[in-house]
Design a protein around this ligand. Structure first.
Ligand code: PMP
Length: 444
């Protein structure tokens, strides 16, 4: 019976976890092996993956392992922990909110943390992006953005049903978002032919591609509900950067063909690329923007799809059918909103963008030597993102272990070794990370 393992006392139940070998660490916690038999980990072939590390706590830029070791985190938990872990201001805000109210349904009720956060996001975002729909994860906020784009057309009597995305793009793991991820190189390639048929374009980073994209958009203008793009950095698709001018071209083509533009700033939002939002570097305002990850400073799950006034206006009517029929149970989670407000306080009171610029300079100085290593294809830096791309994927397990042996947490993405540290990381800890990368990649 699929999905229902026999109870423990029946034959067929294996007490042995399906991992290649049990980690044999002194100090391994008692919950480790029992839990391993029941957990399903992300992006992992469970049969062959290295056993995960047992984490006891976090602090600043450090992961404290259950066996007593401590690692400097080069990734900030998928680039969420912009202020480092356990920032006292965020913890205090969560604790205060916890005493008052952890969560309440958002249908027919509202609360101060969400109200304050929505108003503050509207104030910080460019242009008239000022109508905020909260959700809990990045993927769901992209789903909401896509749904808003579809219904924007429906409410005006235009049934445009397709989306244009870009090669190497990544927008999430749910069914709708999988259909706008790169189908060839992305991690969802075996679902080809099973998802909604969307349209893939090439980033217009040269004149020939600009013409090709212009033609593609012109051909599909009557079908396209929106164009969706990760501005300046295609993250999970290989940490690929494009210039603000390229982003501007995409925005201009959307205007020319009267197609909505969705910017997915789930990775790039909140200072990662050097400005609070990446779109500010291109001087553009999308029709809808999605935010998550560093929104709560890496503490609680929260996301938002935020629409321009003109988009919202198409929903604001006497016709009940014009309403947006969406409402995640935990939307606008009060603890998450309190954490996000505290995170915004820190962006205002501490010089995160200055720290990002300093990280950028240090990454450039200290990763640049890797360019001359055999096996290295490219070194690139943008904001607080440092990338060393290899010619071919390394033995990931071996490389990861070599980093761990040096007290570093760095998780290569295929052939891309990258750093997205907390914006608060000290120069000494950042140097330990870059030195580790240089040492481990030198002889690959
Ligand atoms: N869009 C982008 C650009 C992302 O980087 C991610 C997460 N890596 C997502 C969407 C999906 O977010 P989540 O994992 O929270 O669903």
């Amino acid at each position: 019976m699929v999905g229902h393992p026999p109870p423990k006392d029946q034959p067929g139940f294996s007490d042995q976890p399906d991992w290649p070998g049990q980690p044999d660490w002194p100090g391994q916690p008692d919950w480790y092996e029992a839990g391993l038999q029941h957990l399903w980990f992300p992006y992992s072939q469970m049969k062959t993956a290295q056993p995960p590390l047992a984490i006891a706590s976090t602090h600043g830029e450090r992961l404290q392992l259950a066996d007593g070791r401590s690692l400097i985190d080069g990734i900030a938990s998928w680039w969420t922990a912009a202020h480092g872990y356990n920032h006292p201001h965020i913890l205090a805000a969560i604790q205060k909110q916890l005493q008052a109210m952890p969560h309440v349904m958002f249908g027919g009720l509202m609360h101060e943390p969400a109200a304050r956060l929505a108003a503050r996001l509207a104030q910080h975002l460019p242009g008239d992006l000022d109508r905020v729909f909260f959700a809990e994860s990045g993927s769901v906020s992209v789903e909401v953005a896509m749904k808003i784009a579809l219904q924007y057309g429906i409410n005006q009597g235009r049934r445009r049903h397709r989306f244009l995305f870009f090669r190497h793009g990544y927008h999430g793991d749910t069914l709708g978002t999988m259909a706008v991820c790169d189908p060839d190189e992305g991690m969802h390639r075996h679902f080809e032919g099973m998802l909604a048929q969307q349209i893939m374009g090439e980033l217009p980073d040269d004149p020939a591609r600009l013409t090709a994209l212009d033609d593609l958009m012109s051909r599909h203008a009557d079908d396209l509900a929106a164009v969706i793009i990760e501005p300046l950095v295609q993250g999970a698709g290989g940490m690929r950067f494009h210039r603000p001018e390229t982003l501007k071209v995409v925005a201009d083509l959307c205007k020319k063909h009267d197609i909505l533009l969705i910017l997915d700033e789930i990775f790039t939002g909140f200072g990662r690329t050097g400005t609070l939002f990446a779109c500010q570097q291109a001087g553009i305002v999308p029709d809808i923007i999605t935010l998550s990850k560093a929104l709560t400073g890496g503490t609680l799950p929260l996301s938002a799809a935020i629409a321009r006034r003109g988009i919202y206006d198409a929903f604001h009517s006497d016709d009940p059918d014009h309403a947006l029929m969406h409402g995640p149970t935990y939307m606008a989670h009060a603890l998450g909103c309190a954490a996000a407000n505290a995170s915004l306080d820190l962006f205002q009171s501490e010089d995160r963008l200055g720290q990002c610029a300093a990280i950028s300079r240090q990454l450039a100085d200290e990763l640049e030597p890797c360019r001359h290593f055999p096996g290295v294809r490219d070194v690139r830096i943008l904001g607080a993102i440092g990338v060393v791309e290899l010619m071919r994927p390394p033995n990931i397990d071996k490389l990861r272990q070599a980093f761990i042996d040096r007290g570093l947490w760095i998780r290569p993405l295929g052939s891309v070794v990258y750093l997205t540290p907390a914006l608060t990381i000290s120069p000494a800890d950042l140097s330990a990370l870059t030195e580790g990368i240089r040492a481990c990649l030198k002889d690959l």
